[in-house]
Design a protein around this ligand. Structure first.
Ligand code: 5GP
Ligand code: ZN
Length: 112
């Protein structure tokens, strides 16, 4: 838990979110500024700043995040989707608590 972290506050329930999933390790909720018809975030409850802050001990947690993505995407009605982890300011990260973006459901996404 990091005192000033917005996602830690969402995990604690201090800030409301449109939650779609929760277990002992993870929470998932809709992004407040969606970039597609469906756009949600998979967030570990543990405060880890970014993917670059992950270590071997986080391997199972990272695997769990990835495996959850297709399950929730299907529940949200997505056939195809994109996943993204922005890492560091130069990688476009704005919230420094690890999260996996999952989005899709609009017209086909641009090639990257
Ligand atoms: P980043 O740029 O760090 O990869 O993505 C952070 C994401 O968190 C952004 O897409 C932003 O819209 C979303 N976000 C920021 N604050 C909140 C919030 O309070 N609630 C929700 N649901 N999403 C948020
Ligand atoms: Zn946090």
């Amino acid at each position: 838990m990091s005192v000033d972290c917005i996602f830690c506050k969402i995990v604690k329930g201090d800030i409301p979110s449109k939650k779609i999933y929760e277990d002992d390790d993870l929470i998932a909720f809709h992004d407040i500024h969606p970039i597609s018809r469906v756009h949600f975030l998979i967030v570990p409850k543990l405060h880890i700043e970014s993917l670059a802050g992950c270590e071997a001990q986080h391997q199972a947690l990272l695997g769990k995040m990835l495996l959850l993505a297709p399950k929730l995407a299907k529940e949200q009605g997505l056939i195809g989707f994109r996943t993204m982890i922005n890492t560091g300011r130069e990688g476009g990260q704005e919230v420094f608590h690890l999260h996996l973006h999952v989005f899709g459901g609009s017209d086909s996404l641009p090639r990257v």
